[in-house]
Design a protein around this ligand. Sequence first.
Ligand code: NOJ
Ligand code: CA
Length: 556
Amino acid sequence: MKKELASIVYQIWPRSFKDSNGDGIGDLGGIIEKLDYLQTLNVDYIWLSPVYVSGNVDYGYDIDDYYNIQPEYGTLEQFDNLLSEAKKRGIGIIMDMVANHTSSSHEWFKQALESPDSPYRDYYFFRKGKNGKEPNNWISLFGGSGWTKVSENEYVLTMFAPQQVDLNWENPNVRDGIADIMKFWLRRGVAGFRYDVINIISKKAGLPDKNPHKKGYQFADDYINSLPRAFDFMEEVMGKVREEFELFTVGEGMLLTQEAAMRYSRCDDPLFDMMFQFDLALIDCGPLGKYDFRKFYHWTIKEFKTIVRKWQMDMQNRNYWMANYLSNHDQPRHISHYGNDKKYRVESAKAWAMFNFTLRGTPFLYQGEEIGMTDCKLEMDEWKDIEAITDYKVLQTMMKLPAFIARKVIQKKTRDNARTPVQWSDAAFAGFSTVKPWIKLNPNYLDINVENQENDSQSVLNFYRNLTGFYKAHPVLTFGRWTEILSDHPQIIAYVREDDSEKLQIIINLSSKPVTFSLDEIEGKDVLTTHTDGAPWNHKMVFAPYEGRIRELSKH
Ligand code: NOJ
Ligand code: CA
């Protein structure tokens, strides 16, 4: 298997990482300043959320120009500088490839709008309305209709915001256009790409109504999700790119099934080296996704383990590869979501980190998680996230929620939770900037910040450093067999990772209560632990809340 799979990837959402020129907005200069810091976390790659020219409706995921850098973030020259400074430190840069849609200010779309005869019309899905309504009943993934009106009785398909226009991948010029963009950045020296919602680039032929007998907008689900042509299109494009370049690739799969994962990232012939799936992130949601809150915050560790087992076993048995993560720019902070962001913030941050770095697959971490950043309560007039703002209305109109409950749901789930500035120190504006940042700063920065944790050997930050170092030194954690133990235990997740030369046992209490469990094997030595005062190994064991240990067992 490709050795790059044993890498650590750190995701940067640039707007909130570090501001270097005092305008309250994170930028490339800020990233360059922090490369030494990232090196201390044993990072191999940085996945950079979009830094291309964008109108910021969806903060970079609505791209106006794929061939230039957003002026707020810097220049192409600075980008080249970032590449070479990162390279000096053994770090590769992975760009975000947003290929399902361009923004409505992109040149292709502007040309398409200008004239009905423009060849660019066929780059998108322009359709006439039906009986005074949208061409079909698909719901946008940000809520509301999946169509945006462009003239009297004419619409264009926009599956996210109205300013994000879906590309028609049936058109070979679209495919070549995307391949050219990738080549441009690879020529500059980027290491690879993360492919945004890449399994929805093909839409069901004819764009028919979904559930035509039902009222209201319908989730198009199997009409857009992992269709065979999405795979074929990308295979063609990647084929062209790979003729010239070797690259690191990770695809984002929306509602990815295991069947689809197996096609996209099979180890023997991968289209992408690995895929992301969202089952854990959506553990407390209904079938309509993140704001479908019917089980809101009532999930059990047993359910969590079932999801983990399902993916770990399947990727192992059927030989495909996945990216593991707990946080990203689209989800609330994982300490607040799965862990305990109050009494056991430090302990739960360490426990969940240990979990993420000991699974089969390639571990990703997201800016700020290495210091245990938490959700931040934003009042309505502080919301920046278009998804949250749109869904606040949808929850009230379509799901008939009273406004105050809708507001609470949004506050729990909004992507803004993950997008508050990284807390570098307890200085003014958390050392993120010298002026008020573009988005609310989490007031807990006085307590939770990088500087505080630098010199504390027991800090979350230093735990991440030890853990990532340990991960790099033990390839068994990447490639070894994953075998679960204590599978019925309601609070503990535990497994063994084993290859020809090593056998590591990982036992983690994922709950805020002490636990007891029985063990057959009590020989072996702890090699990494979340707590310094753990009890000696015994047939009857007690673990403190969020205690986790990696133990080396002898191979007999
Ligand atoms: C997934 C990205 O991660 C998210 O931030 C974005 O809003 C959508 N794709 C649309 O590009
Ligand atoms: Ca700036």
